[in-house]
Write a protein that binds this ligand. Structure first.
Ligand code: MET
Ligand code: ZN
Length: 764
C-alpha cells in the first residue's frame, strides 16, 4: 500500500485568521489565551480537512505564530541576551525576537530575517555562539501531536533537523572570530534526543525531520556530522523520515543512504532527474522513499500521468510498501484552498490546485498507485487527464507580437549610452542633489484610510474619479511631508499600490489574480502572488500618471518607482510550460516601455526594485551562471533605454549579497539601496573589495520594526559606512519601503535620518 503525505500545511488560516489574531494581540485587543485559541482552531481545521481528504501522513508541529525556525530557537533557549530579563512573557519574548519591541521602556530591535532558501518566505536567523546554552524549554512538536490526538487525528510531527538548524543560524556578536555554528552540534544533540525521545514515549510512530540544507553544495562537507548526529538520534527517536526539498541531492545521496533513517523524502518537482540515482543508492537499504510529486511551490494542478510514472518506477525498484506519495515540500508556500475563489473563471479554476486540492492530489495518486478499485479514484484520474489536456491546449496559444519582440532584442538594448562616470556628471547637473542625498525606498505608510478607500473602490462604492482624487491627496500629503522634513529625492509614496507585484500584474496582460490566495511572507505579512498564465505585455502606461502628478506639485526631483522583471517573476507563480528566462524578458520589455514613458514625462530618477533577485538563485552553484545571466540582462533590458541624465536606481533587501556581487555591479544602476541595517559592516567591506563603483545607499535603519532609530544611532551607522565607501557615492535612506509602518514612527525616524545626513554634510 502506498501512503500519501503532506509535508506541512499553510499556517495562516483560509481567511487569514492567524494574521488577524496575532495583530489583534499585538494591538492589545486580544488576550494571549484567545490568541492561542484562534491558533488551535486553525490547526484543527487543517488537520480535519487533511484527514477528510484521506491523507495518510498528516503533519503536526509545523504551525507557527510567526516563523517555524524561530519556534525552534525559542524552544531551544536560543534567545540572545538582549531579550532576556525585560520582564516579558515567553510569548512576548518570542514576538520581540521576530519583530522587535518598543514599548513600556523596552527597546529591542528584531533579529535578522533571511529568505528561506529560494522562496519568498523569511525565517528568523538563530544567533549562536560558544556561549549558547541549549535547553529544551518545551516540546512544541509533542504538544501539537497530543492536541491532534485528542481530536482523534494521528499525525506525523515535523521538526527542523539539527544540522539544518545550525547551518541556517549565524554567529552572534558574542561569538569568537572563527566560530562556526555547526561546531555546536555536540551541544545541541542532547536537546534533539530529549525532544525525539519524548515523542517516542508518547507513541509517535514516525517523525518528519527536515534537513533542507542537504540540497545545498555545502552539505557535502557535512557527511561526518550527519553520520554522527543521526547515529545518536535514531535509537531514541520514532522512525525518522529525513526530508529534503527545493533541489537535488546529487552526491550527498551517497552518505544519506548510509544513515540510520526509516525514510527519505526527495523533491521530484524541482529535480525529477534525481530519482534514478536515489533509487539505486537506497535500493539495498531499508530506507523508504517519499516522492515529492505534487509541487509545494507552485499552484498548477499536478499532471497525474507524470507522478504515476515516477511512482511506478519507485515501486518497481522498492516495492509498494517502501513508497510514499507526497507534496514536494511544505505547502506553506501555496494558498489554502481554491474553494474561496469566486472570481476565477471555470477555465482558470480548472488549471490550479492550492494546498487543500494538493492534499487531495497526493491522496488520489497514492490510491492509484495502490491499485485502488474505487470508482471515485478512477474518475479523479480521468478528470485530471482532461484538465491537463485542456491546459496544454491553452498553453499553445501565444501572443505572436510579444514573442517576435523578444526574438528581435538587440545587444545594444542592454547598455546605457555612456558609462557611469559620465552619467554621474550629467545627472549631478540635472538633479542638483546635495552631498549625502537623502531619499526613501518608495512606499509610505499604507494607512487604514488608504486600504479602506482601495477596498471601497474595488467594490464600486466610490467612483474612479473619487478614488483618483483620494490618491492625489495622499500623494500630496506625502510630498509635502518630505519637503517639510527636508528629504532631497522625493517619492510619491505608492498609495495606489496594493502590493508591489500585484499592482503591476493587474495592469499587464498575461496575469491572473486570486481573491484569497494569501501566502505567508514573514510573520503576519502575507502576499497574494499573481499567476503568470500567458505571454506578458503592457497595454498602457502603469505609473506615469501618479509620478508625473507628484512631480507637478514639487520643485524637488521625483523618483519614479517600478518593480523589476525578475522580482515580478519571482514573486508570482510562474508558468511551467516556458522557461523563466522568456517570462522575464517579456516583463522587461513591458517595463522598458514604462521607464521610457516616465522619462518622457519628466521624471529624472527611476527606481526599479529587484529585492527578489537573490532568492531566485538556484540552490546549486553549478546552475547559478545561467540564472544570473538572464536575470541581470533582463534588468538591464528594462532600464538601459534612458538618456545619460536619467538616474536609475535599484533596491535590494534580504539579500545575501556575497553570492551576487559581480552581478549587482553588472546591473549598472546609477544608485542602489541595500538592506544593511541588520547585517554587519562585513557586507560593505565586501562591496568595496569587489570594487563596487556606482552610488550606494546602505539602509541606515530597519523599517521592518516599529522601533525608531535615534539620530546618533544613524550618525554612527553613517560614520561606519564612510570608513568604507567614498563619501561622494553615499546616499542616505532607510533599508526598505515604509508601507508597513505607521506615520508616527515614520515621521520621527525620517527626521532623524535627515538630521544625520545634515550632520554628515557639515562634518565629513
Ligand atoms: C520589498 S522592497 C519594497 C520596495 C518598494 N518600492 C517599497 O518601497 O515598498
Ligand atoms: Zn525592500
Amino acid at each position: 500500500m502506498v501512503f500519501s503525505s503532506v509535508l506541512g500545511f499553510p499556517r495562516i488560516g483560509a481567511h487569514r485568521e492567524v494574521k488577524k489574531a496575532v495583530e489583534a494581540y499585538w494591538a492589545g485587543k486580544l488576550s494571549a489565551a484567545d490568541l492561542q485559541k484562534a491558533a488551535a482552531d486553525v490547526r484543527k481545521t487543517s488537520w480535519t480537512s487533511l484527514k477528510k481528504h484521506n491523507v495518510d501522513l498528516i503533519p503536526s508541529g509545523d504551525f507557527t505564530l510567526y516563523d517555524h525556525v524561530l519556534d525552534h530557537s525559542a524552544a531551544f533557549n536560543v534567545i540572545p541576551k538582549r531579550y532576556v530579563g525585560l520582564g516579558l512573557s515567553d510569548l512576548d519574548v518570542f514576538f520581540a525576537l521576530g519583530r522587535g519591541r518598543q514599548a513600556d521602556g523596552v527597546d529591542v530591535p528584531s533579529c535578522e530575517m533571511k529568505k528561506w532558501f529560494d522562496s519568498n518566505y523569511h525565517y528568523v536567523v538563530p544567533e549562536l555562539s560558544e556561549e549558547t546554552k541549549f535547553k529544551l524549554l518545551y516540546n512544541k512538536a509533542l504538544q501539537e501531536y497530543n492536541e491532534a490526538k485528542e481530536l482523534g487525528i494521528t499525525t506525523r510531527p515535523v521538526i527542523l533537523g539539527p544540522i539544518s538548524y545550525l547551518v541556517l543560524g549565524k554567529a552572534s556578536k558574542e561569538a569568537s572570530a572563527n566560530f562556526e555554528p555547526i561546531s555546536l552540534l555536540p551541544k545541541i544533540l542532547p536537546v534533539y534526543k530529549q525532544l525525539l525521545s519524548e515523542l517516542k514515549a508518547a507513541g509517535v510512530d514516525s517523525v518528519q525531520v527536515d534537513e533542507p540544507i542537504l540540497v545545498l553544495d555545502k552539505a557535502s562537507d557535512l557527511d561526518k556530522q550527519y553520520a554522527t548526529a543521526y547515529a545518536e538520534l535514531a535509537p531514541v527517536a520514532p522512525k525518522i523520515i529525513l526530508t529534503t526539498y527545493f533541489a537535488r541531492l546529487d552526491s550527498n545521496i551517497n552518505f544519506i543512504a548510509k544513515l540510520p533513517i526509516a525514510g527519505l523524502h526527495i523533491d521530484l518537482t524541482r529535480a525529477p532527474e534525481q530519482l534514478d540515482g536515489v533509487l539505486t543508492a537506497i535500493k539495498s537499504t531499508q530506507i523508504n522513499l517519499s516522492l515529492g510529486v505534487v509541487s509545494g511551490r507552485n499552484i498548477w494542478k499536478s499532471d497525474f500521468t507524470t507522478a504515476i510514472k515516477q511512482g511506478q518506477k519507485a515501486i518497481a525498484a522498492l516495492g509498494h510498501d517502501r513508497v510514499i506519495i507526497a507534496t514536494s515540500s511544505s505547502l506553506l508556500h501555496t494558498p489554502v484552498t481554491l474553494a474561496n475563489e469566486k472570481q476565477l473563471t471555470e477555465q482558470q479554476k480548472d488549471w490550479f490546485s492550492f494546498a487543500l486540492e494538493k492534499a487531495e492530489e497526493v491522496a488520489t495518486i497514492a490510491a492509484i498507485l495502490s491499485d485502488s478499485q474505487d470508482p471515485q479514484v478512477a474518475a479523479a484520474l480521468e478528470a485530471n487527464r482532461i484538465s491537463i489536456a485542456k491546459r496544454r491546449e491553452f498553453e499553445h496559444t501565444s501572443d505572436d507580437a510579444v514573442r517576435k519582440r523578444v526574438a528581435s532584442i538587440t545587444p545594444d538594448m542592454y547598455h546605457r549610452k555612456s558609462e557611469f562616470a559620465i552619467r554621474k556628471e550629467v545627472q549631478a547637473t540635472k538633479l542638483q542633489l546635495p552631498k549625502f542625498p537623502t531619499t526613501t525606498i518608495g512606499s509610505f505608510p499604507q494607512t487604514k484610510e488608504i486600504r479602506s478607500a482601495r477596498a471601497k473602490h474595488g467594490k464600486g462604492d466610490i467612483t474612479d474619479a473619487e478614488y483618483d482624487e483620494f490618491l492625489k491627496k495622499e500623494i500630496e500629503t506625502v510630498v509635502r511631508f518630505q519637503e517639510k522634513i527636508g528629504l532631497d529625492l522625493l517619492v510619491h509614496g505608492e498609495p495606489e499600490r496594493n502590493d508591489m507585484v500585484q499592482y503591476f500584474g493587474e495592469q499587464l496582460n498575461g496575469f491572473v489574480f486570486t481573491q484569497n490566495g494569501w501566502v505567508q511572507s514573514y510573520g503576519s505579512r502575507y502576499v497574494r502572488p499573481p499567476i503568470v498564465v500567458s505571454d506578458v505585455s503592457r497595454p498602457k502606461p502603469m505609473t506615469v500618471k501618479w509620478s508625473s502628478y507628484a512631480q507637478s506639485i514639487t520643485k524637488n526631483s521625483m523618483k519614479g518607482m517600478l518593480t523589476g522583471p525578475v522580482t515580478l517573476l519571482n514573486w508570482s507563480f510562474p508558468r511551467e510550460d516556458v522557461p523563466r528566462k522568456l517570462q522575464s524578458q517579456q516583463l522587461a520589455l513591458a517595463l522598458r516601455d514604462e521607464v521610457i514613458d516616465l522619462e518622457a514625462a519628466g521624471i529624472a530618477a527611476i527606481q526599479v526594485d529587484e529585492p527578489a533577485i537573490r532568492e531566485g538563485l538556484p540552490l546549486r552553484r553549478s546552475d547559478w551562471n545561467e540564472y544570473l545571466g538572464w536575470a541581470v540582462d533582463t534588468f538591464k533590458l528594462a532600464t538601459a533605454g534612458v538618456e545619460d541624465g536619467t538616474q536609475t536606481h535599484s533596491h535590494f533587501c534580504y539579500s545575501d549579497f556575497g553570492d551576487i556581487f559581480t552581478s549587482i555591479q553588472r546591473l549598472d544602476a546609477d544608485v542602489i539601496s541595500i538592506e544593511f541595517s541588520k547585517s554587519d559592516m562585513k557586507l560593505l567591506h565586501t562591496f568595496q573589495q569587489y570594487g563596487y563603483s556606482n552610488q550606494i545607499g546602505p539602509g541606515v535603519y530597519d523599517i521592518h520594526s516599529p522601533r525608531v532609530p535615534g539620530e546618533q544611532e544613524i550618525i554612527d551607522r553613517l560614520k561606519a559606512t564612510l570608513t568604507i565607501i567614498p563619501a561622494h557615492l553615499v546616499f542616505v535612506n532607510p533599508d526598505c519601503g515604509l508601507k508597513t509602518r505607521g506615520w508616527k514612527e515614520t515621521e520621527t525616524s525620517l527626521a532623524n535620518l535627515v538630521a544625520a545626513a545634515r550632520w554628515a554634510r557639515a562634518n565629513v
